[in-house]
Ligand binder design. Structure first.
Ligand SMILES: *[C@@H]1O[C@H](CO)[C@@H](O)[C@H](O)[C@H]1NC(C)=O
Ligand SMILES: *[C@@H]1O[C@H](CO)[C@@H](O)[C@H](O)[C@H]1NC(C)=O
Ligand SMILES: *[C@@H]1O[C@H](CO)[C@@H](O)[C@H](O)[C@H]1NC(C)=O
Ligand SMILES: *[C@@H]1O[C@H](CO)[C@@H](O)[C@H](O)[C@H]1NC(C)=O
Ligand SMILES: *[C@@H]1O[C@H](CO)[C@@H](O)[C@H](O)[C@H]1NC(C)=O
Ligand SMILES: *[C@@H]1O[C@H](CO)[C@@H](O)[C@H](O)[C@H]1NC(C)=O
Ligand SMILES: *[C@@H]1O[C@H](CO)[C@@H](O)[C@H](O)[C@H]1NC(C)=O
Ligand SMILES: *[C@@H]1O[C@H](CO)[C@@H](O)[C@H](O)[C@H]1NC(C)=O
Ligand SMILES: *[C@@H]1O[C@H](CO)[C@@H](O)[C@H](O)[C@H]1NC(C)=O
Ligand SMILES: *[C@@H]1O[C@H](CO)[C@@H](O)[C@H](O)[C@H]1NC(C)=O
Ligand SMILES: *[C@@H]1O[C@H](CO)[C@@H](O)[C@H](O)[C@H]1NC(C)=O
Ligand SMILES: *[C@@H]1O[C@H](CO)[C@@H](O)[C@H](O)[C@H]1NC(C)=O
Length: 628
């Protein structure tokens, strides 16, 4: 009986030690909850870190599994995850990114003591431009490596190619601007050894010539997402002997220096859902074979030197939601695009951007069949004729941008039914007519309104309370006056108020100077607005202020220090230009005080405005010497 029990106990203990493989039980360190060797590794790693606000204050005591950012496996007790990313937005101090959670210092190799580490995240810190240590390539179990915006820099070590279990590599460095924080990649062959890789983000890593990156990526059997935006890539092979990318769904090559034709192999990546090759210098035609990319949801070809229009095969892109072609040369009448946009693409399209593409003609019927459309941008083209009433059928529209065309006649009532609109831009056309409160009644979501340079009049009661709260108002040459528009008072989070030549003949209300405390850009030039300008010192957001050609008088105010454009010309400001008014604005690029009644000397502080491009003090009553 007793012997039996001993046996049972023996087997039970053996089972515990073999089955659970829990070293902290079997090593006799049951109380710690953390493997002593890993605890020492972490402490030694911490000794190398700079942690000015003691963010790692929890890194004391025996149980390292309870420390901030450390996760241990429930099964083995080993540290499997170290997440020291900085969760707060960084701010810039002297060109460097910091906040009070930023870690820095050195990355000590003791970290290799965490032999079972699967996940390492040091992002959003600032390690002062040191290189990624070569030892990082020796974490054989690592699946996630996130060193994005960690203030690292230099040549990427090829040793990273030893991380054969790595699934996720993020080295996107785009928060940092100083060259010391620039990652560079030489020969990219090592990437081809990352045989488990699914997600690769090398945004902003600078590729040197001859990296053979495409050949390397084409050898990754599991790759799903590739982000290579802003990598200074100069060329891409135009053909590939064999296109391997069987699981590739996202490819971002935007913002590089590629000046060839569009490589043909792109059309062979049959699972592609998101393709962005915008902001390169690509030449030639859009390949008709893109029409075979049946999974495509987003296609960004904008801002290249592409010619020859949109291939008819695009009508078959039945899943396409976003088609962004702005800044390429389409050069067609909108009617000629009928066949393409009447295909099954019309069922899925949510965002269509054909701005600056040399398209002409009138707004066609096919446009109003794109019933899922949320964003429509046809600006900077040669589109003429009236806006058809059918525009009201696009009931989901959040952005309607048709600026800088030749649209004429009145704005149809149906535009004002588009109650989801956030952006309405009809500026720089030949539209005419009078708008009242009723027109804006349903535009509760509106944030950006531009009706500039048409022949439009806004006629509302002085007690009108608009249903929207704008961030930007652009009304150049709209008739808003003669009274100063009192409804503006309700726009309490506005960042741009641009209403030159708006036929306002009135005194500036006092509330205006408080209203613009959120504003960056204010222009009321070319009206007949009178009054004194108070001290503007407190307007911390303001950097562009144009009060020119009005009836303002009295002394010049004190300006906020971020100003870079200041035009007070053609008013009746008087008194002297004081030294410290000017000194306070080191970033000033444009300063015009001409055509006023200013007197006294030109302050020598003007000469310290090192960024200045334009200085106009003409037509005043200034006297004395011109400062050297
Ligand atoms: C470990 O156990 C805890 C508590 O039971 C649980 O919340 C956690 O998800 C487990 N972690 C892993 C990696 O399984
Ligand atoms: C860190 O900064 C935030 C906001 O900038 C502040 O609220 C917080 O108190 C600061 N924390 C420490 C530890 O200084
Ligand atoms: C790591 O990679 C280098 C070259 O990339 C290689 O020489 C070395 O043998 C590798 N080390 C291990 C442990 O695989
Ligand atoms: C990069 O390589 C291409 C083709 O091999 C060559 O034309 C180009 O001049 C090279 N650029 C630099 C900066 O070396
Ligand atoms: C395709 O990928 C496999 C690995 O998945 C690799 O062995 C092969 O060389 C690749 N082919 C080409 C042409 O790169
Ligand atoms: C790409 O696809 C076309 C036809 O769809 C085929 O003829 C061509 O061989 C393919 N190219 C590669 C490199 O796979
Ligand atoms: C745009 O394309 C049209 C027609 O192909 C051509 O006549 C025109 O010169 C092109 N414009 C530019 C700027 O390349
Ligand atoms: C509007 O534009 C169209 C096309 O350019 C033109 O035919 C028509 O005469 C214009 N209408 C008015 C009222 O100017
Ligand atoms: C505005 O919305 C109301 C209900 O919210 C609706 O009754 C009215 O017809 C709409 N007006 C316009 C012009 O769309
Ligand atoms: C105020 O406007 C800014 C953009 O100009 C926006 O980010 C912010 O969310 C707005 N705040 C409120 C309370 O609407
Ligand atoms: C305002 O009108 C004047 C005179 O017509 C013109 O010279 C000026 O360019 C206009 N300013 C703006 C911003 O439209
Ligand atoms: C100066 O302002 C007045 C009043 O707004 C205006 O009539 C006149 O055209 C302006 N002169 C110049 C040169 O802009």
């Amino acid at each position: 009986m007793a012997t039996d029990n001993v046996y049972v106990l023996f087997f039970l203990l053996a089972f515990l030690c073999i089955q659970l493989i829990k070293p902290n039980v079997c090593d006799g360190a049951l109380t710690s909850g953390c493997i002593p060797a890993e605890r020492s590794a972490l402490l030694e790693f911490k000794r190398g870190l700079k942690d000015p606000t003691n963010r790692l204050s929890s890194w004391v005591g025996e149980d390292c599994c309870k420390w901030e950012g450390v996760t241990c496996s429930n099964h083995t007790g080993h540290v499997v995850k170290l997440d020291l990313h900085n969760p707060h937005p960084l701010s810039y101090v002297g060109g460097e990114a910091y906040n009070n959670w930023t870690l820095g210092g050195e990355l000590r190799p003791s970290l290799l003591g965490l032999k079972h580490l699967k996940y390492l995240d040091l992002s959003m810190n600032n390690f002062g431009g040191i290189s990624i240590p070569e030892f990082m390539g020796s974490f054989h179990n690592l699946q996630y490596l996130i060193l994005s915006s960690a203030g690292l820099g230099g040549l990427l070590p090829h040793q990273l190619g030893n991380l054969s279990n790595l699934q996720y590599l993020d080295l996107n460095n785009d928060i940092f601007v100083a060259p010391v924080h620039e990652f560079r990649i030489g020969d990219a062959l090592w990437i081809s050894h990352l045989s488990s890789l699914k997600h690769l983000n090398l945004k902003n890593v600078k590729f040197q010539n001859g990296t053979h990156w495409l050949e390397a990526l084409n050898m990754l059997p599991s790759i799903v997402e590739i982000y290579l935006s802003d990598c200074a890539i100069q060329s891409v092979p135009l053909s590939l002997p064999h296109v391997n990318f069987t699981s590739l769904s996202v490819l971002d090559l935007s913002d590089n220096l590629i000046d060839s034709t569009i490589p043909s192999w792109l059309s062979n990546i049959s699972g592609l859902e998101y393709l962005d090759i915008s902001w390169n210098s690509l030449q030639g035609n859009i390949p008709p074979a893109f029409g075979n990319l049946a999974s495509l949801k987003s296609l960004h070809l904008d801002n290249n030197h592409l010619q020859g229009g949109i291939p008819t095969s695009f009508k078959n892109l039945c899943r396409l939601q976003n088609l962004i072609l702005s800044g390429i040369n389409i050069s067609k009448d909108l009617l000629e695009l009928d066949e393409i946009f009447s295909g099954c693409i019309k069922m899925s399209l949510e965002s269509l951007d054909l701005s600056e593409t040399n398209i002409r003609g009138q707004l066609p019927e096919w446009l109003f069949q794109l019933r899922k459309l949320k964003v429509l941008n046809l600006g900077l083209n040669l589109i003429s004729g009236p806006i058809p009433v059918s525009i009201g059928q696009l009931a989901s529209l959040q952005e309607l941008s048709l600026p800088q065309n030749q649209l004429n006649e009145t704005i149809p009532e149906s535009v004002w039914w588009l109650s989801q609109l956030v952006v309405l831009d009809l500026g720089y056309n030949n539209l005419k007519g009078v708008m009242s409160e009723a027109h804006f009644g349903n535009l509760t979501e509106l944030k950006y309104l531009s009706l500039s340079s048409n022949s439009l009049t806004l006629k509302v009661k002085s007690n009108w309370l608009p249903p929207f709260r704008l961030e930007s108002l652009r009304m150049d040459s709209c008739k808003l006056g003669p009274e100063f528009p009192a409804w503006l008072q309700s726009q309490i989070n506005i960042s741009e108020i641009v209403m030159p030549n708006a036929s306002i003949i009135d005194a500036m209300p006092d509330w205006f100077w408080s209203l613009i405390s959120t504003a960056a850009y204010v222009s009321v030039s070319g009206n007949q607005i009178s009054g004194h300008v108070p001290n503007l010192f407190h307007l911390n957001n303001l950097y562009q202020l144009d009060l020119s050609s009005n009836y303002f008088e009295g002394p010049l105010p004190y300006f906020p220090s971020r100003m870079y454009f200041l035009d007070f010309s053609n008013n009746s400001f008087s008194g002297t230009i004081s030294l410290d008014i000017i000194m306070n604005m080191p970033d000033l690029i444009y300063l015009s005080l001409s055509k006023n009644n200013l007197s006294g000397e030109i302050p020598f502080s003007v000469c310290q405005l090192q960024a200045l491009w334009v200085l106009d003090l003409s037509k005043n009553m200034l006297s004395g010497e011109i400062p050297n």
